[in-house]
Design a protein around this ligand. Structure first.
Ligand SMILES: [Zn+2]
Ligand SMILES: [Zn+2]
Ligand SMILES: [Zn+2]
Ligand SMILES: [Zn+2]
Ligand SMILES: [Zn+2]
Ligand SMILES: [Zn+2]
Ligand SMILES: [Zn+2]
Ligand SMILES: [Zn+2]
Length: 283
């Protein structure tokens, strides 16, 4: 890419930025990375400010599906000992990143982790008012009828909360949402037919923002048209519940099993909640 000798972008820096015609070994003030094999940096010498060409245009405010609050780009990540919640890596002292707009929340991300194509929907929300969360919009799938009976929007009979304990022969039924055996533990079962759902699967909401995809998702319980679908996250075939991306021209689909992996993840194998990373989970 041809580089302009200077760039004026007052939203990023109040003075004109000048192209550095040398390989550099100093870190970018916006993202903290050193890219010593590339010539792609601009600087303002009086201010000792250096920034990658691409980082000049980093969005100021973003909203990711993996976190409930909006995130703000800052040139000084406070308390940089805490880790990036996507890659679990550290921050470079005195350099930038994304921090949560909620002052009580310590969620932080590297600039390059927050703005990856798979993570960010590409929208800068600086000029957009925060949507007042539609609390009257009900996205719950399961409603309590009375103390003992429940209704799931996908089924026309009442369900009961049942429990299979380990010693007894496990329930033979299969969960309609994830197509896995009910096994042991608590589940919701129909008294009139074979319909059953794991408790976690029954509570999957009708609308979802999930770590695994950059756009909001909608729950579809009736996928007869497709018959089977392939989960975009785990690539397994399923004929159970499906979360479909609401965006046009986005083909993302996710099965109930992947959807029930939430951040933080509570897993019986470890005593602490785990942070869900793209490559697994860590404490
Ligand atoms: Zn940078
Ligand atoms: Zn300057
Ligand atoms: Zn990171
Ligand atoms: Zn937050
Ligand atoms: Zn299930
Ligand atoms: Zn039934
Ligand atoms: Zn999956
Ligand atoms: Zn999508």
């Amino acid at each position: 890419m041809e580089s302009n000798p200077t760039i004026d972008h007052p939203e990023t820096h109040e003075h004109t930025l000048t192209f550095i015609r040398k390989k550099n070994s100093f870190s970018c003030d916006a993202c903290g990375l050193v890219s010593e094999f590339e010539i792609n940096m601009y600087g303002c010498l009086p201010c000792n400010f250096f920034i990658h060409r691409d980082c000049i245009y980093l969005p100021k405010i973003i909203k990711l599906t993996r976190h409930s609050h909006r995130l703000l780009h800052t040139y000084h990540v406070p308390d940089c000992n805490t880790k990036c919640r996507i890659c679990n890596g550290s921050f470079v002292w005195g350099c930038g990143g994304y921090i949560c707009t909620d002052k009580t929340c310590d969620y932080k991300l590297h600039s390059y982790c927050a703005t990856r194509k798979a993570t960010w929907d590409g929208r800068d929300l600086e000029q957009e008012l925060e949507e007042i969360s539609n609390s009257d919009q009900d996205v719950t799938s399961l409603k309590e009828v009375d103390g003992k009976t429940f209704r799931h929007f996908s089924h026309h009979h009442d369900l009961m909360k049942l429990c299979v304990n380990g010693e007894k022969e496990g329930d033979e039924r299969v969960c309609e949402a994830c197509i896995l055996p009910i096994g042991s533990g608590s589940f919701l079962g129909c008294k009139e037919c074979d319909f059953a759902l794991h408790a976690t699967c029954a509570n999957l909401p009708r609308e979802l923002e999930h770590t695994f995809h950059r756009h909001p998702l909608t729950l579809e319980v009736d996928i007869i048209e497709e018959g089977f679908f392939s989960c975009s996250q785990c690539e397994r075939e399923s004929c159970g519940f499906m979360y479909r991306c609401c965006q046009e021209e986005c083909e993302f689909k996710m099965d109930a099993k992947c959807a029930s992996l939430a951040d933080p993840l509570y897993n019986g194998a470890h005593q602490h909640p785990l942070t869900l990373l793209d490559s697994g989970a860590c404490c």
